[in-house]
Design a protein around this ligand. Structure first.
Ligand SMILES: Cc1ncc(COP(=O)(O)O)c(C=O)c1O
Length: 398
């Protein structure tokens, strides 16, 4: 399908300062593989939810806001196996998007002059929101967390002078998780933070993919609460289902900082739409009933296609711990940067993300990677993979 003439891209990589600016541009392209939002169509049972939208609207009118919130919270945390958090469910706060929770978190860090160690690589808006709040940041290389037996020492060496440790789990873009076979790695992080009085901040926005992988999540809040560590944890619904950004995220903290964070939260918002809470609650039910197969079948089919068409030669597939909705590929030719490859692809209407933005402290390391979003209809995705493989073989020989 050719694009209308007025959507032809006048493209230069230099024009974009962050991932979101790329993602906005990518929305104009035929093969948008940039944002990790969910662009796929509804499954058969999800179509029934859409057919029921007027009822969800009126049901929201009949309930109190508090009822809609509590029903959503109960369903979300139960499905995710995070039942300890429900012991303080009146202190689980709902926000429109993960970035709102992040904005509140960054404000808290700024108010307390906290120095933060942030995992690298990670989604760049976490870094940017804190940078805009003038929060001093140091990178914590993800590899420091790979071996549970070294984590404590590694944090001693790399985070002892900081006030907070900020991790993304599962990580975007690598799919790394501290909860691989057991929770040992996470327990070591918590132990360090407790021993040295560090605030532990967790972006858990990709956690639904653990469930979609057919696994259960460890009850993270049980570990956090038992340890008495100070923490801020963010969860999300926005990356999981095709809900056109009618999403909701959550923010939950340890008791000791709850009031301070709540006082910032109420400067930002009153509530999330009860209609959206009812709608997302239905998607929670749907995934409970089909055991996340609507999410998993599409993502794993597209992941296999990405590997089939792209792995080998110029690109090498990076094996994640958790299969999330993105695939991360290393560029094997040292003479090709992710900026160059991305530009070559975008000229033929395939939009992937260059890796440099994820390596927020070492962009040159990110030049060795590209990220491919998988939450797309498979017909389009197949065409995108065929086109990408052809462009790569025409331009680089393989
Ligand atoms: C790990 C992670 N955290 C937070 C966000 C921000 O989410 P939102 O767009 O809902 O604000 C994203 C966005 O992709 C993400 O990948």
């Amino acid at each position: 399908m050719a694009l209308p003439e007025n959507t032809t891209l006048e493209y230069s990589n230099e024009n974009y300062i962050d991932i979101t600016q790329h993602e906005i541009e990518a929305l104009k392209t035929e093969f948008n593989l940039a944002d990790a939002h969910t662009h796929q169509s509804q499954s058969e049972t999800q179509k029934e939810i859409i057919n029921d939208l007027p009822n969800l609207w009126y049901a929201a009118e009949r309930k109190t806001q508090y009822q809609s919130e509590q029903e959503f919270i109960e369903k979300f945390y139960t499905l995710h196996g995070q039942t300890t958090a429900l012991k303080r469910k009146d202190e689980i706060y709902l926000v429109y998007a993960a970035s709102i929770g992040m904005h509140i978190t960054a404000t808290y860090l700024m108010q307390r002059n906290m120095r933060v160690g942030l995992i690298e690589p990670c989604f760049d808006n976490l870094h940017d929101l804190m940078k805009h709040m003038r929060v001093p940041l140091s990178p914590i290389d993800e590899s420091l967390l790979y071996d549970a037996s070294n984590i404590y020492d590694n944090l001693m060496k790399n985070a002892i002078a900081l006030d907070a440790v900020f991790l993304v789990d599962p990580n975007n873009p690598t799919g790394f998780s501290l909860f691989d076979l057991d929770a040992e790695g996470f327990i070591e992080v918590v132990r360090f933070c407790k021993d040295y009085n560090k605030l532990l901040i967790l972006d858990l926005c990709f956690s639904a993919f653990v469930l979609a992988n057919g696994k259960s999540r460890f009850d993270i809040y049980e570990i956090l609460e038992n340890s008495k560590v100070s923490y801020i944890a963010m969860e999300d619904t926005g990356k999981t289902w095709p809900i056109q950004d009618t999403k909701c995220s959550t923010l939950h903290t340890s008791k000791d900082i709850n009031n301070d964070v709540y006082n910032i939260l109420t400067s930002v918002l009153l509530n999330v739409s009860p209609f959206i809470l009812n709608l997302v609650s239905r998607y929670l039910d749907d995934s409970k009933n089909d055991k996340f197969s609507s999410v998993n079948s599409l993502i794993s089919k597209n992941r296999q296609l990405a590997i089939q068409y792209l792995d080998g030669g110029l690109l090498k597939y990076y094996q994640p711990k958790v299969d999330t909705s993105v695939a991360w590929f290393e560029i094997t030719n040292p003479d090709v940067t992710s900026d160059q490859l991305q530009q070559v692809l975008v000229e033929r209407n395939v939009y992937v993300l260059p890796g440099k933005y994820f390596y927020w402290a070492h962009p040159e390391r990110g030049q060795r990677y590209i990220r491919v979003a998988l939450a797309r209809n498979t017909d389009m995705f197949t065409q995108a993979m065929i086109t990408t493989a052809n462009i790569i073989s025409e331009t680089y020989g393989k």
